[in-house]
Design a protein around this ligand. Structure first.
Ligand SMILES: [Fe+2]
Ligand SMILES: [Fe+2]
Length: 472
């Protein structure tokens, strides 16, 4: 298996130098990418030295090297999992045929759309998080933010490699477009809703990495099954990076909860907000917002696109090998549809329900995070328990976007919704309070008032290690 060649302008393990045309195309894109990073990435920290990990091999053990890097000098590159020559299309109508090494002509447009949609989320999240460095609650957290940012940048590289390498001129145009759209820009927004939501405080950032990066995990799992082998291989390696992003989210929210619980124990019966911590109900509202928004990312409950993608062998189910059969031609999924203002139970042919199948896997995974946070409360002797709202709650995509649903998923009127929404979703007051606590805490080993210190540092280093050299 070829290792990663760092002597090249673009580090890679795909023998890029043997394909001069592709190498030239990517080398032309590279300065535009850097220009994008320097204008809408974490720009104010471009000359700061940060203790970051860089991939040095695609082996599952010891793939990373840690060291101080200035972000614009990060070695973004192209890393694919090694090819398995015996791999076959693992699902759909082409089940068992040799996996494709080139784009099947008849599926070219569908495939391009899938790749561009995934690719667009990567730079979007960097844009969303670009100012958070200014209000980091510790050097440890600041470093984690930047680690996530550079890896999302690398994910963009991963997808752009596929576009440029397999989609010719359209691919090059798409690669340019990926640097042109902007998160939250009304005239030229990013493709998916959640990736246009402002993420300007750290509670949102932790919820985002918990819930929205977790959507990324499941989309990547589904694409890692693709019969188009280069896409499958690139997504598999992206998944190894993604795990850290979700760790940042789950433990970040966990530390916020831990801090609040300890304030509640010290000052029983008092509002933790008085002591510079976030009330648990407020944290729950932030969870409700980011969870419901990320739930939308799976698309409509019933979808002919999802059926087409599955039939064609382009996008599978997460962990396809755990299923007994891989054509999904029989069987149905019972879905509570919302049609003409009523919930109606419908048996939906399995292939048309693939969005809902993937969403279901995601929801189960999110619940594990909730359980983890509830163990934090339990350990602290605090009775409060976190919950996930019903999947119909606060949806903007699919059947449920047509109505209003309460926390348990029951249809309610607009007036009922308006009366309760302040209990369920962050209010203006919540947002103002969260913002008021967003003061940087950048002294070595110190942590802001609203979050507990991390239990351990990065790469076995001390918690008070100088993860970011701000003076540099
Ligand atoms: Fe990503
Ligand atoms: Fe991510």
């Amino acid at each position: 298996m070829p290792g990663i060649d760092y002597s090249q302008k673009i580090p890679n393990n795909v023998d890029l130098s043997s394909d001069k045309r592709l190498q030239r195309a990517l080398e032309e894109w590279q300065p535009n990418y850097l220009e994008w990073w320097k204008s809408v990435g974490p720009t104010d920290f471009n000359s700061t030295e940060i203790y970051l990990r860089t991939a040095i091999s695609v082996d599952s053990d010891g793939w990373a090297h840690f060291g101080y890097v200035k972000m614009p000098d990060y070695r973004w590159g192209i890393f694919l999992e090694p090819r398995d020559a015996s791999r076959v299309v693992p699902f759909g109508d082409h089940l068992g045929e040799p996996a494709w090494q080139q784009v099947p002509g008849e599926y070219r447009n569908w495939l391009r759309r899938l790749i561009v949609t995934q690719a667009d989320t990567e730079p979007a999240s960097v844009e969303q998080q670009r100012l958070l460095g200014h209000t980091a609650p510790s050097l440890y957290d600041m470093r984690n933010l930047f680690q996530v940012n550079v890896e999302e940048g690398r994910h963009l590289w991963a997808m752009v490699y596929i576009l440029q390498s397999y989609f010719g001129r359209d691919g090059r145009e798409e690669a340019e477009e990926l640097l042109q759209r902007r998160s939250g820009n009304p005239d030229h927004p990013r493709i998916l809703g959640t990736f246009n939501e402002p993420c300007t405080d750290w509670l949102s950032f932790f919820c985002f990495t918990m819930f929205t990066d977790r959507d990324g995990k499941f989309q990547l799992l589904a694409l890692a099954e693709s019969g188009f082998d280069p896409l499958a291989r690139t997504c598999r390696f992206m998944l190894t990076e993604e795990a850290h992003h979700m760790f940042v989210g789950q433990t970040g929210v966990g530390r916020v909860i831990e801090r609040t619980c300890s304030v509640m124990k010290q000052h029983p019966g008092k509002d933790p907000a008085q002591y510079g911590a976030f009330p648990l109900e407020l944290i729950q509202r932030y969870i409700n917002f980011w969870y419901s928004s990320s739930t939308d990312l799976y698309g409509s409950e019933v979808s002919s696109n999802s059926a087409n993608f599955f039939a064609a062998g382009l996008k599978g189910r997460a962990y396809e090998d755990r299923y007994d059969e891989h054509k999904a031609l029989e069987g149905a999924l019972k879905i509570e549809r919302f049609l003409e203002g009523k919930l109606v139970s419908e048996e939906v042919a399995m292939r048309n329900a693939m969005n809902e199948v993937l969403r279901g896997e995601y929801l189960t995974d999110c619940q594990k995070g909730i359980d983890y946070w509830n163990r934090v409360c339990e350990k602290q002797g605090i009775e409060f328990r976190f919950k996930l709202p019903h999947r119909r709650f606060h949806r903007k995509i699919g059947d449920y976007a047509a109505g209003k649903f309460d926390y348990e998923g029951q249809p309610i009127s607009e007036a009922q919704w308006n009366a309760k929404v302040g209990e369920w979703l962050p209010t203006e007051k919540d947002r103002a309070f969260v913002q008021s606590l967003m003061k940087p805490c950048l002294e070595r080993g110190k942590t802001a008032s609203w979050i507990a210190p991390p239990p351990k540092g990065v790469n076995n280093l001390a918690v008070d290690y100088e993860y970011v050299k701000l003076g540099a």
